[in-house]
Design a protein around this ligand. Structure first.
Ligand SMILES: [Zn+2]
Length: 276
């Protein structure tokens, strides 16, 4: 599943290719991709508009248009936007859900094997009022990602700490892989309830959320192997994972065997010795 560092990598690639370009045509082949407004409205409103910028919040991608409308996309489980040149064949016709063509002949294509991806269009007012960023917690590098703001959300919850840090209304952008890494770095058992954590443990989570996501962004993410073969990048962070996917191997810190359990339906790796 694409996580925040992968989304950042996609944005970096798209940004250098499509900012300043004018949309000439839009084709949508998957009926549940557009939930707001309607598919027909969306197509009509974005044709002939220039893309002025690309932004992200958590795992959402925002295409900013010249008239201040915002095209809002989420990759969900398996979605991916690929930049393609006019002469390129479509990478995977079977999972092709949408194409945005540009006047210069290039295009971006949305491929999604599971089909949970999202593409919505908001006016500036709608975006400010009900864009996804309005119901999400801060990203780990936001000014308001502080101990004072995060502590109540953890400390008042009886849910498992792993489920809390995966909850995008608490912190934006932490996915399954990085949640395991953050809790290992913080020496916290993923099944512990939020209200059992002390101040120092919450501070550890705050420090390591920022550090691990920033490191993953610098390394291009972890799951880039599912990206467009033409991009040809391998997520460098894969080699840096310290706990995730290490079931049955020795813990890099203490040598005990790493275990895999399920926490809130998510496969979860942890060291029973280091993570108390
Ligand atoms: Zn250990």
């Amino acid at each position: 599943m694409p996580e925040l560092p992968e989304v950042r990598t996609v944005i970096k690639i798209l940004k250098s290719s499509i900012v300043g370009e004018i949309i000439s045509d839009v084709r949508i082949f998957w009926n549940t991709l557009v939930k707001f407004p309607t598919k027909e409205d969306l197509i009509k409103r974005i044709i002939n508009k220039k893309i002025t910028d690309l932004k992200s919040f958590g795992k959402w991608i925002f295409f900013m248009l010249e008239n201040d409308d915002v095209l809002v996309s989420h990759l969900r489980m398996t979605g991916m936007w690929y930049f393609e040149k006019q002469s390129d064949q479509f990478w995977n016709q079977k999972h092709l859900h949408a194409v945005i063509d540009f006047k210069n002949g290039n295009r971006i294509s949305f491929y999604d094997s599971r089909g949970f991806g999202v593409l919505n269009l908001y006016t500036k007012e709608e975006f400010n009022l009900k864009g996804p960023q309005t119901r999400m917690g801060p990203e780990p590098w936001d000014d308001n990602f502080t101990f004072e703001n995060i502590k109540p959300k953890i400390f008042k919850s009886k849910r498992a700490i792993k489920s809390i840090i995966l909850d995008q209304s608490v912190i934006s952008g932490i996915g399954n892989i990085y949640a395991d890494e953050i809790l290992f770095a913080s020496s916290i058992n993923p099944e512990r309830s939020g209200d059992s954590l002390n101040d120092n443990e919450i501070k550890q989570i705050i420090i390591h959320s920022k550090k691990i996501l920033e490191d993953a962004i610098l390394n291009g993410g972890t799951t880039i192997h599912s990206y467009h073969p033409k991009i040809g990048e391998t997520g460098g962070f894969q080699d840096k994972l310290k706990i995730h996917l290490r079931k049955g191997k020795e813990c890099l810190r203490c040598g005990k065997i790493v275990m895999k359990i399920r926490v809130g339906e998510r496969g979860t790796y942890f060291c029973p010795q280091c993570q108390k």
